[in-house]
Ligand binder design. Structure first.
Ligand code: FO1
Length: 342
């Protein structure tokens, strides 16, 4: 059923491919404009995941779960509100590395439950469902895969015979603050990963598929890189609409610009759209929202076969965030009305 028809008659099935902070904020807006009967399935990036102190930490899944479950620290946009750091301090006293990754005492409970369930044989999907039973995020949060996938960043290293070495994405981002050149991005395990149960169905059965302004390289990239996902996106009857994570040539947050630069992708709203490609030309996108000042990007994206629209992209508060979500649904509805190109 098209997005337009769905809006008039029945619940809309909305599928969102999301990373952490930007995606979670967009989802808050989406839930504020969606109808109560609409079903939102979020396919969460798990390539940021890291094993620390014997615990499995899933930053993007937890950021979505905490944000929508109202447990997020509003300032950091990751980890728990009203957090304490006693365990972190004690680990540092023992000189146990890494000391650069902040695991709060409340947050640790999530990783203890997750790790205990994984070790008991539950899949990451089942664990995520169990954790969400407490947080009630208001969406069906599904990991992109139950298999281990981890993004590593290739950096210069004069001490290695190849002159380069790979470090975990979290070390690149949290310890090094993305302050060194990116020579490559390796998503370890991606080629052997299987979509988690329900991922392909959520895309295939959707009335709308949305790509929020998440990091195109380390969040959207791994999700669409899971074998079978890109094909499902190209085959779905739903319009696929994305939101540019780049406004005026700079990433809205995080380190998307350094990663795009490292991979030779232009750091612009059009560069990211063309990197994902037009579905009508073998890519993934039917529609793309660029900032309302960015008419050059709109024209370049349209010329590439993607329906582009200028709207305010800054998600500064619930009102602007809701408006952006509404704009993405409106573009999807217009595309559904004219029949999305294959
Ligand atoms: N980001 C930081 O900048 N510093 C941290 O110490 C840190 C710890 C952390 C712990 C749990 C978690 O779920 C996220 C955490 N993050 C931290 C954010 C994390 O690096 C990002 O959420 C994503 O992986 C990148 O978007």
């Amino acid at each position: 059923m098209s997005a337009v028809a769905a809006r008039e008659n029945a619940a809309m099935r909305i599928c969102v491919l999301s990373g952490g902070v930007g995606g979670a904020r967009f989802l808050q807006g989406l839930l504020s404009v969606a109808a109560p009967e609409d079903e939102v399935t979020v396919i969460g990036n798990t390539a940021d995941d890291i094993w620390l102190f014997g615990l499995k930490v899933c930053p993007d899944l937890d950021t979505i779960m905490y944000t929508l479950g109202d447990g997020i620290d509003a300032e950091r946009r990751w980890g728990r509100s009203d957090e304490t750091w006693s365990a972190k301090a004690e680990l540092a006293e023992y000189g146990v590395e890494p000391t650069w990754f902040g695991l709060g005492d409340k947050d640790l409970a999530t990783h203890l439950v997750r790790t205990q369930m994984l070790q008991a044989g539950y899949t990451l999907s089942a664990v995520t469902r169990a954790l969400c039973a407490r947080w009630q995020p208001g969406v069906d949060l599904v990991p992109m895969s139950d298999d281990r996938v981890e993004t590593h960043i290739l950096i210069d290293d004069d001490d290695s015979d190849t002159g380069q070495r790979a470090i975990h994405f979290q070390e690149y981002w949290v310890r090094l603050r993305a302050g060194i050149p990116v020579r490559g991005v390796l998503v370890v395990g991606l080629e052997d990963a299987r979509p988690a149960p329900g991922v392909l169905d959520a895309i295939g059965a959707a009335d709308v598929v949305l790509l929020p302004p998440s990091n195109p390289i380390v969040s959207i990239g791994p999700i669409v890189g899971v074998p079978g996902v890109a094909a499902a996106l190209r085959a779905t009857a739903a319009p696929v609409v994305g939101v540019s994570p780049i406004i005026g040539g700079a990433a809205v947050r995080g380190m998307a610009d350094q990663l795009l630069l490292g991979l030779g992708v232009p750091v612009s709203a059009s560069g990211v759209a063309l990197h994902l490609g037009a579905r009508s030309r073998g890519g993934l996108l039917d529609g793309w929202l660029v900032d309302d000042q960015d008419t050059p990007a709109r024209d370049a994206v349209s010329a590439a076969g993607i329906h582009a629209r200028c709207v305010p992209l800054w998600m500064n508060d619930p009102t602007t965030t809701a408006a952006l979500a509404q704009d993405s649904l409106a573009l999807a509805a217009d595309l559904a009305a004219v029949g999305t190109p294959r």
